[in-house]
Design a protein around this ligand. Structure first.
Ligand SMILES: Cc1cc2nc3c(=O)[nH]c(=O)nc-3n(C[C@H](O)[C@H](O)[C@H](O)COP(=O)(O)OP(=O)(O)OC[C@H]3O[C@@H](n4cnc5c(N)ncnc54)[C@H](O)[C@@H]3O)c2cc1C
Length: 377
């Protein structure tokens, strides 16, 4: 199998790079082993204070509407967090208070949305709260097994019965100016979000639940669909296990499922994420990158990897693979000519590219542009 570019990792970084290259007519494949950080996505992209139109368009073409109002979003514990570029699920408030009176609504048997914490947090900010649990007959089949009563399962049903929820909330609503709902709407049909907002005579705020994140899973599905519609090959559930390297360049990739059928390409992009996605691994002696054995920036003394105060910033989260100015990955001190590293596997080694979602998107676009420029030359 031969492609222009093979990408390892199908999270935000890998998909952004893959879509950009496919849009420019390049043949690409993404190998993606498992869950990625989008499955836990809050709905707001970190360090995207300024979003170039190109990013907004790339998402819009995939069916993902992003909006940006400098402001604050409501967190699951009832606190407010400064926020940047966000999905349409996320309400951004100009001031640090969401309203005066809030009705918090959840569903009986659903334990992944903490109404009590939300109420406590909001009341500390002077918002009067009332909590109501809706008993919906359509959710009874999920209630029989607590493992089924999860955000995504509920969201599948909600896409069909959201009008019943609106009707029930209209009956419950007294003089509240705000209705707070868990993010379990619009999994497949995002128009449900605006229709709920239109149907309830108060501002409606959708707030985070325990993972998996419904807006995150939707984002992943839509980006993947866009990539495949553009002709990209997405090898779901496969794992890159090694590579053939000759003369400082990657010749092909070995994957778990393809065995002796190696994946050849002119360029390779490593977008395998950080520790969370096993793009980086650690043992008591070192932090390593498992596919290519790349150089990883890290403190020599293990006791410097972490801060013993658990809630403090942890140094190991900043570690990542080292790259040259063009994001070529470095192995044994030398850049590999046709291997680039993007996204959270960079840790905070490239602060100029931002953090979180901002880093994933910026580094992906940067590398896609370089690959395209290289073929023009
Ligand atoms: C739990 C969590 C929540 C986050 N929430 C937010 C948020 O709300 N907003 C924000 O801006 N940032 C958030 N971040 C930061 C996040 O790192 C970035 O936003 C971004 O999504 C990272 O994308 P990525 O593509 O670099 O890596 P990932 O999303 O981690 O994707 C890497 C993918 O590569 C795959 N992979 C790994 N090794 C291999 C291999 N050998 N072969 C094949 N596939 C492989 C993994 O299975 C995974 O699917 C969050 C991070 C975490 C860990």
């Amino acid at each position: 199998m031969k492609f222009n570019t093979v990408i390892i990792g199908g999270g935000l970084a890998g998909l952004t790079a893959g879509i950009s290259l496919q849009m420019a007519g390049k043949s690409t494949a993404i190998i993606s082993e498992g869950q990625n950080a989008l499955h836990f996505f809050s709905g707001s992209l970190e360090s995207m204070e300024e979003a170039p139109q190109r990013v907004v368009d790339l998402f819009a073409q995939a069916g993902i509407a992003l909006h940006y109002n400098p402001g604050y979003r409501l967190m699951p514990m009832g606190t407010l967090k400064k926020s940047t570029l966000s999905l349409e699920d996320i309400s951004l408030f100009p001031e640090t208070k969401i309203g005066n009176k809030a009705l918090i609504v959840s569903f009986s048997g659903y334990h992944d949305f903490f109404c009590g914490f939300l109420q406590e947090g909001l009341e500390k900010q002077g918002v009067q709260c009332r909590v109501q649990l809706l008993s919906l007959p359509e959710l009874e089949h999920l209630e029989k097994s607590p493992s089924e009563m999860r955000s995504v399962q509920i969201a599948r049903t909600m896409d069909l019965i959201w009008e019943n929820v609106v009707r029930e909330i209209r009956i419950l609503l007294r003089d509240e100016d705000t209705v707070i709902l868990p993010q379990v709407f619009g999994l497949k049909d995002t128009s449900v979000l605006s229709r709920i907002r239109q149907g309830i005579p108060a501002q409606v705020v959708f707030t985070g639940t325990l993972p998996p994140s419904v807006p995150g899973i939707r984002t992943q599905m839509l980006l993947k669909r866009r990539y495949e519609l553009l002709g990209g090959t997405y090898l779901m559930g496969d794992q890159a296990t090694g590579a053939h390297i000759h003369d400082g360049a990657i010749h092909s990739i070995v994957t778990h499922n393809l065995g002796n059928h190696f994946m050849e390409a002119e360029n390779f992009i490593l977008a395998s994420g950080s520790f969370f996605s096993k793009g980086l691994r650690s043992n008591p002696f070192e932090i390593s990158e498992p596919v290519f054995g790349l150089d990883v920036e890290q403190a020599e003394d293990r006791s410097d990897w972490y801060n013993p105060e658990f809630m403090r910033e942890q140094p190991y989260m900043k570690y990542g693979v080292t790259t040259d100015a063009s994001l070529h990955a470095i192995k044994g001190g030398e850049p590999i000519k046709n291997l680039y590293a993007i996204g959270s596997i960079l840790g905070e080694t490239r602060p100029e590219l931002g953090t979180g979602g901002g880093l994933a998107i910026r580094s992906a676009l940067e590398v896609a542009d370089q690959i395209l420029k290289q073929t023009e030359e």
